[in-house]
Design a protein around this ligand. Structure first.
Ligand code: ADP
Length: 236
């Protein structure tokens, strides 16, 4: 399997405060790679660098073999940020239409992609409502649909299931596995342990450093624990 994302010696400071310190990671083609760690550990800062939204850092990041940000590569990434960037005065469908138009999809393809993405996040019955009337969970679901709208090769999802009820969370993870089986590469941040267990490989982030990494079962074995939660305690 080829490397899709490679980060070498990535560090970042806000003022005098170092929030990422010498991060090295490789995300391989077709895997679900989880960045897991407590709130404030640096996960969002790191994914923004990986997707090319922040170029003010030390070190190197390559995605699909190109230094970021690279125009060709950007169109192959679907990024779902932690805070939703939606147009509240527009309907769900209009939001999807707008973001689809940015990728210049042909009319028929746009229609298909919108129907697919809305169905995936179970928003089809709510597409004609204005986004200002959506709940927090519905906004997260719409953001996920937008991240998928251009059928990207790489999905980078920052806390995608926050505010989403458990049943739908399961169905979203089911779809993520299906997308992975289609050959997509997925990077996901989470602090929910049952989600971490669904990843192929994990990097545990704490205080801006990757403190340990491996498959969920490797981490459990390495630390001789029953639950992944306990890895944090033992690794810390
Ligand atoms: P996580 O996603 O794991 O919750 P973040 O990457 O959001 O963590 O934050 C990591 C650290 O960087 C935190 O201490 C946070 O307060 C700090 N931080 C994030 N963004 C900024 C910013 N724009 N200015 C100053 N500090 C920031």
């Amino acid at each position: 399997m080829g490397s899709i994302i490679v980060a070498k010696r990535v560090s970042k400071s806000f003022g005098k405060k170092e929030v990422l310190s010498n991060i090295n990671l490789t995300v391989k083609e077709g895997e679900i790679y989880g960045l897991i760690g407590p709130s404030g550990s640096g996960k969002t800062t790191l994914v923004k660098i990986l997707v090319g939204m922040d170029s003010d850092f030390q070190g190197e990041v390559e995605v699909l073999g190109a230094a970021m940000p690279n125009m060709n590569v950007l169109s192959k990434i679907g990024y779902m940020a932690q805070s939703d960037a939606l147009y509240p005065e527009l309907t769900g469908e209009e939001n999807l239409q707008f973001f689809a138009s940015l990728y210049k999809l042909k009319k028929e393809e746009r229609k298909q992609r919108i129907a697919y993405a809305a169905d995936l996040v179970k928003l089809t019955p709510h597409l004609s409502k204005k986004v200002m009337a959506y709940s927090g969970g519905m906004k997260r679901r719409l953001s996920l649909a937008i991240a998928l709208i251009h059928n990207p090769q790489i999905l980078v999802l920052d806390e995608p299931t926050v505010g989403i009820d458990p049943e739908l969370r399961l169905s979203i993870w089911h779809e993520l596995s299906r997308l992975k089986n289609e050959g997509k590469t997925i990077v996901v941040t989470t602090h929910v342990m049952d989600e971490a267990e669904k990843c192929d490989r994990l990097a545990m982030v704490r205080d801006g450093k990757i403190i340990t990494g491996g498959s969920p079962s490797e981490l459990k074995n390495q630390y001789a624990v029953n639950h992944l939660e306990e890895v944090f305690v033992k690794a810390g």
